[in-house]
Ligand binder design. Structure first.
Ligand SMILES: Nc1ncnc2c1ncn2[C@@H]1O[C@H](COP(=O)(O)OP(=O)(O)O)[C@@H](O)[C@H]1O
Ligand SMILES: O=P(O)(O)OC[C@H]1O[C@](O)(COP(=O)(O)O)[C@@H](O)[C@@H]1O
Length: 320
C-alpha cells in the first residue's frame, strides 16, 4: 500500500489566461479547481492508474470540506483529520505560452497536538513493506523536524519513507537519513547543496552527497529537461522533447507517482531505468493537462521517453 501524508493540503485554483498583465484586470478563459498538495497529487495520480493508495491530510473550514468532496470521485482512500484553522487555496495563473505562475498560501497553523493526530493516522494505516510518502511544505507551527519524526513512525512499522519537500524540512530529514527515495527538483537540490548545479556531473555529485547521508535513491526532476535518478553506484537520465505545458502544477508529484507505480510499491526491488522511464512519462503526460489534473493510462506514453545510462557528466542540464 502506498500512503501519502500531506501536512499542508490545498484546494488548487488554476486560471487559464491568454497573457498575464501585472497591475491590470486579467480575464480568465477557464478556471480549474482540483484537490491539491503534493502527497494528495501523488495519490490522485496513482488512483487514476489503478494503484491502491491512501491519502492522510488535515482538513478545516469550507475549503477543507471542498477538498474532501473533490477527492471523493478520484478513487483515493482518504483519512481526513479535522483540525483547527482553514485549509488553504493555492492559485495558478497559466498563460498560453506555457509559463506557469503559482501563488501558494501559507495555510493554517499546525500545532503539536495536530501533528500528533496526523502521525497517529499514519501509524494506524501503515504496515510492514508499505511505502509512506511525506510531501509538500510544512504549515506554520510545524517543526522543521516534522519529516524526521514521520520517519520514526514509518520505520517503526517496517515501512519505507519517501520524501518530496524543500527548505529546512528537507535539510533536516536528509541529514538524519533512512530515506528510501527523495524527489527534489534541481532548484531544491541546489538549495540543499548550497551551490548552483549547472551540469549533469554537478547534479549527480549533489545527489550522491544526499545518498552518503543515508538515502537510497534521489530522483531529481529537471523540468523540461527530464529527470535524473541517482543511487550510490548508478545514475541514469530520462527525458524527451520539451513540451509546451498546459500546466506544470503537479507534474513533479505525478513523476514521483509514476516511479512508485513502476516499482510495484516494492522499493527493495527497483529496476532503475524502467522506473525512471515511467516516472518521466507520467510527468510529461501531466504537463499536457490543465490545472492539477492527473493523467490516466491512455495519456501516458513511455515509448516517447529516452533513457540514457551513460550521460557525459560535463553536459549542461539546459542541453538535455
Ligand atoms: N516543459 C516540459 N516539457 C516536457 N516535460 C516537462 C516539462 N515540464 C515538466 N516536465 C516533466 O515533468 C517532470 C516534473 O517537472 P518539474 O518541474 O521538474 O517538477 P516540480 O513540479 O517538482 O518542480 C519533469 O521531470 C519532466 O519529465
Ligand atoms: O506544499 P507546497 O510546496 O506549498 O506546494 C503545494 C502545491 O504544490 C502542488 O502540490 C503541485 O506540486 P508540483 O507542481 O511541485 O508537482 C500543488 O497541488 C499545491 O498547490
Amino acid at each position: 500500500m502506498i500512503i501519502t501524508l500531506t501536512p499542508n493540503p490545498s484546494v488548487d485554483r488554476a486560471y487559464d489566461l491568454d497573457v498575464l498583465q501585472l497591475g491590470e484586470v486579467n480575464r480568465a478563459d477557464a478556471v480549474h479547481v482540483d484537490a491539491g498538495g503534493k502527497g494528495i497529487n501523488v495519490s490522485r495520480a496513482l488512483a487514476a492508474n489503478d494503484v491502491q493508495t491512501l491519502a492522510v491530510l488535515p482538513v478545516g473550514g469550507h475549503d477543507g470540506d471542498l477538498l474532501v468532496a473533490l477527492l471523493e470521485p478520484t478513487g483515493v482512500a482518504v483519512r481526513a483529520v479535522p483540525l483547527p484553522g482553514r485549509t488553504r487555496s493555492n492559485v495558478t495563473l497559466q498563460v498560453a505560452s506555457g509559463v506557469t505562475t503559482k501563488v501558494n498560501a501559507p495555510g493554517p497553523v499546525l500545532d503539536d497536538a495536530g501533528q500528533a493526530e496526523l502521525f497517529a493516522a499514519v501509524a494506524a494505516a501503515v504496515g510492514p513493506g508499505d511505502v509512506v510518502v511525506g510531501a509538500g511544505s510544512l504549515p506554520r507551527g510545524a517543526n522543521d523536524r516534522f519529516y524526521v519524526a514521520l520517519g520514526e513512525v514509518v520505520r517503526a512499522a517496517g515501512a519505507h519513507l519517501v520524501l518530496d519537500t524543500s527548505g529546512p524540512a528537507f535539510d533536516a530529514a536528509v541529514a538524519v537519513g533512512g530515506l528510501a527515495l527523495v524527489k527534489p527538483n534541481d532548484e531544491e537540490l541546489a538549495e540543499l547543496a548550497g551551490r548552483p548545479l549547472p551540469t549533469v556531473g554537478d547534479v549527480v555529485a549533489a545527489a550522491r552527497e544526499v545518498v552518503a547521508l543515508g538515502t537510497t535513491r534521489v530522483l531529481v526532476s529537471l523540468g523540461s529537461h527530464g529527470a535524473l535518478l541517482v543511487s550510490a553506484d548508478a545514475a541514469c537520465w530520462a527525458g524527451g522533447p520539451a513540451l509546451v505545458p498546459a500546466s506544470t502544477v503537479g507534474a513533479g508529484d505525478t513523476t514521483l507517482a509514476g516511479f512508485l507505480a513502476a516499482s510495484g510499491g516494492d522499493l527493495d526491488q527497483v529496476d532503475d531505468a524502467e522506473c525512471l522511464r515511467t516516472a518521466v512519462a507520467w510527468g510529461r503526460a501531466a504537463v499536457l493537462l490543465p490545472g492539477t489534473a492527473v493523467p490516466t493510462p491512455d495519456l501516458i506514453d513511455a515509448r516517447a521517453v529516452r533513457v540514457d545510462l551513460d550521460l557525459d557528466p560535463t553536459t549542461p542540464i539546459k542541453e538535455l
